[in-house]
Design a protein around this ligand. Structure first.
Ligand code: C2E
Ligand code: MG
Ligand code: MG
Ligand code: MG
Length: 277
């Protein structure tokens, strides 16, 4: 009987899943028209120095103002856009829009914050990446030091030699390269040595551990990560910093910067900059 009950459950599950896949594919197929209609926009979240509280950079996070479904978070459409390849035009738009907006950012007298843009594996593998970024920097007038590209650990690991060369060319131009969600994949130290990386963004789950009073293991892991990164001339930004207590612990272990609700939620660049002034 177990088999038939299991079978029935599977049948139900599959029908559900088919409907979900259909909805996902319909959503993904709508991306090109949505791009044309201007339904995507960017929110920005500050990366704040743990030493002096200055905003070093802002991460661009894409949102889709869908006419029927409301505002969609990237998690509901980026994955599928990656599978279908539509991430290339979408990610291209994000990159261009982020550079365009960042060019006019100014905060007081210090250096203007850089803009940090997430790149999907397809974008990194594309042959035209270097030309695309060069052309964008030329068009917008943004200096290369004010652009950071965020690439996840798994993208880095699955990337062949050619794209790594492209990243090296970009790094030589002065573009910053960050490894996003560091610690959630396979952290292969040889990669850190060989890749043109300037920053590690440590995944929020390590930071979350700092909340508990018995969080000594997480704190020791983070502390050794920070000293390893510094030994390799990399800076470290901790993601998902939600409390003043976490920020304090991160400062104590010499982490360079923090990003998270404690420092500011993602919002329009205008509003984030206004809050800073
Ligand atoms: P991510 O790059 O790791 O971005 C950080 C995510 O953490 C953002 O989610 C942000 O809103 C969220 N977050 C920030 N502070 C906190 C906090 O204190 N606590 C918690 N729990 N979460 C916090 P969001 O905006 O939903 O983006 C999710 C992911 O989607 C991003 O993760 C990134 O991987 C991807 N993504 C966003 N925009 C783009 C894009 O333009 N291109 C690509 N390829 N991926 C993107
Ligand atoms: Mg990111
Ligand atoms: Mg991240
Ligand atoms: Mg993430």
């Amino acid at each position: 009987w177990a088999k038939s009950a299991g079978g029935a459950r599977w049948a139900l599950y599959d029908a559900d899943r088919d409907r979900q896949d259909l909805a996902r594919y319909a959503l993904s197929a709508a991306i090109p028209a949505a791009l044309e209609r201007g339904e995507f926009y960017l929110d920005f979240q500050p990366l704040t120095s743990l030493r002096d509280g200055r905003v070093l950079g802002m991460e661009a996070l894409v949102r889709w103002r869908h006419p029927e479904l409301g505002v969609l978070r990237p998690d509901s459409f980026i994955g599928l856009a990656e599978e279908t390849g539509l991430i290339v035009p979408l990610g291209g738009w994000v990159l261009a829009e982020a550079c365009r907006q960042a060019e006019s950012w100014a905060v007081g007298t210090g250096p203007a914050p850089f803009v940090s843009v997430n790149l999907a594996v397809r974008q990194v593998r594309r042959a035209g990446l270097v030309q695309e970024v060069r052309a964008l920097l030329r068009h917008t007038g943004l200096s290369p030091e004010r652009l950071q590209l965020e690439i996840t650990e798994s993208t880095m690991m699955s990337t062949a030699e050619e794209p790594v060369r492209a990243l090296r060319v970009l790094a030589d131009l002065g573009v910053r390269i960050a490894i996003d969600d560091f610690g959630t994949g396979y952290c292969n130290l040889a990669y850190l040595r060989d890749l043109p990386v300037t920053e590690l963004k440590v995944a929020g789950e390590f930071v979350a551990g700092l909340r508990a009073p018995e969080a000594q293991a997480d704190e020791r892991i983070l502390a050794s990560l920070v000293s390893l990164a510094h030994a390799l001339d990399l800076t470290v930004t901790a993601e998902g910093v939600e409390t003043a207590g976490q920020a304090e612990r991160l400062r104590a272990i010499d982490c360079d910067a923090g990003q998270g609700w404690h420092f500011g939620r993602p919002d329009s660049a205008e509003r984030v900059l206004a809050r800073l002034r």
